[in-house]
Design a binder for this molecule. Structure first.
Ligand code: GRF
Length: 197
């Protein structure tokens, strides 16, 4: 069984979309894959409740418990690697995980490490993407699923979806419109990757 490990920091709606799609589309039967664990750097992340309610093992690795990024990343990797199967490396999925990871950590999972970013990369990497898109006068916005590389919000693009920017949009309204697309393209991009493996 191929294990998918999802990292979250908050609401976890993308994680929930992945879990729901995996169940609905029988990823276990079709790809031999399952969401094996949800890990958060924040104990209060609401997504942990959803995961637990769906029988998925959860863990918290708080960045506040470590003196350096390297020590946090090592502790995180130690938990992730519990879900590795011999000869079947886990797929690592960032879903609203709000920590910058060290190159050492990223290199460990290269090629099996995905992120979703709520902009049409390479435009607007980093934070406050929706407000920045509005401030720039963009007529469209969107979301990108990409392979994670050491450079923040870069790496080969696997999928994108475009939404219109509407007159009078606020960052919140635009974020909500983008999020509905996130919930479609992230599970789809993961399924495509699993199909190829
Ligand atoms: C999403 O917009 C995602 O693209 C970004 O953080 C947000 C997380 O939302 N990286 P959720 O926790 O999946 O609801």
């Amino acid at each position: 069984m191929k294990n998918i490990v999802i990292l979250i920091s908050g609401g976890g709606s993308n994680m929930a979309a992945i879990v729901n799609t995996a169940k609905r589309d029988n990823w276990a039967g079709r790809f031999g894959a399952r969401v094996a664990a949800v890990i958060s750097n924040k104990a209060e992340a609401k997504g942990l409740l959803f995961a637990a309610e769906h029988g998925i093992p959860t863990a918290v690795v708080s960045h506040k418990s470590f003196a350096s990024r390297e020590e946090f990343d090592d502790a995180l990797a130690e938990v992730i690697d519990r879900y590795e199967q011999p000869g079947e490396p886990a797929l690592l999925v960032l879903a609203g995980f709000m920590r910058i990871l060290t190159p050492g950590f990223v290199n460990r999972y290269t090629g099996r490490f995905l992120n979703i970013h709520p902009s049409l990369l390479p435009a607007f990497p980093g934070l406050h993407t929706h407000q920045r898109a509005l401030d720039a006068g963009c007529k469209v916005a969107g979301v990108t699923v990409h392979q994670v590389t050491a450079e923040l919000d870069h790496g080969p693009i696997l999928a994108q979806a475009v939404v219109p920017v509407l007159p009078g949009d606020t960052a919140e309204a635009l974020a909500a419109r983008v999020l509905t697309q996130e919930h479609l393209i992230y599970p789809r991009a993961i399924a495509e990757l699993l199909q190829k493996q």
